[in-house]
Design a protein around this ligand. Structure first.
Ligand code: 5RP
Length: 217
């Protein structure tokens, strides 16, 4: 990771902090950009009532910073969700799941009124798919789903050794030029054995902050 990309992540995370309502419960994503966001939240002790976390990794970080981690079922719909992405197009469609947390991330995005995506400039693309598309699968369905992804023109690679927080496995589909993200998300969701596809298109981000600047909304 070069220094300017890391700086872009930090600036975006710190800028997202300005959108947080004091006293609220917010959704918190996963990854190195979100790590900056959690650190910033930690410096503003008492700013939020608590957070719904998208991964065991973020749960541990939130607790280290003295932030209460709450159950989505107990707190209901959220006003705000802040998370990173692996790629983002002009329509605010995203590829996510580089950190294998895509399922809980998609649940929190669905349950949130506003999804703020925080990225650095290297994540912006015209067409999604240069970053391999993560797909979380039930372990016994790995080969079945891999064959279906091949039929769709992808080259699936098993992220060997990675087990998600939900006890599942990840296939990364290389070589897809995703010209219709909404249609491909729906198509992959229909493959039996798929838990979640890392395309966030049917529910895109509402706001994108890139290198600290709000660029798409
Ligand atoms: C984790 C994710 C992350 O948001 C995505 O991988 C971006 O991570 P980073 O901020 O480290 O670049 O989807 O599942």
């Amino acid at each position: 990771m070069n220094a300017s990309a890391e700086n872009g992540k930090r600036l975006s995370a710190e800028s997202a902090l300005k959108l947080v309502e004091p006293g609220s419960v917010i959704g918190v994503g996963t990854g190195s950009t979100v790590r900056w966001f959690i650190e910033a939240l930690g410096r503003e002790r008492g700013l939020i009532e608590g957070a719904v976390s998208s991964s065991e990794q973020s749960t541990a970080l939130l607790r280290q910073h003295g932030i209460a981690v709450l159950d989505l079922n107990a707190v209901g719909p959220l006003e705000l969700y802040v998370d990173g992405a692996d790629e983002c197009n002009l329509q605010r469609h995203l590829i996510k799941g580089g950190g294998a947390a895509l399922t809980r991330e998609k649940i929190i995005a669905a349950a949130s009124a506003r999804f703020v995506c925080v990225i650095d400039g290297s994540k912006r693309v015209d067409v999604l798919g240069r970053f391999p598309l993560p797909v979380e699968v039930i372990p016994m369905a790995r080969s079945h789903v891999a064959r279906a992804l091949l039929d769709l023109g992808g080259q699936p690679v098993w992220r060997d050794g990675v087990v998600t927080d939900n006890g599942n496995w990840i296939l990364d589909a290389h070589g897809l030029a995703i010209t219709d993200p909404v249609a491909l998300e729906a198509r992959i969701n229909q493959i039996v054995g798929v838990v979640t596809v890392g395309l966030f298109a049917a529910r895109p981000a509402d706001i994108v902050i890139c290198d600290g600047e709000r660029i798409l909304a």
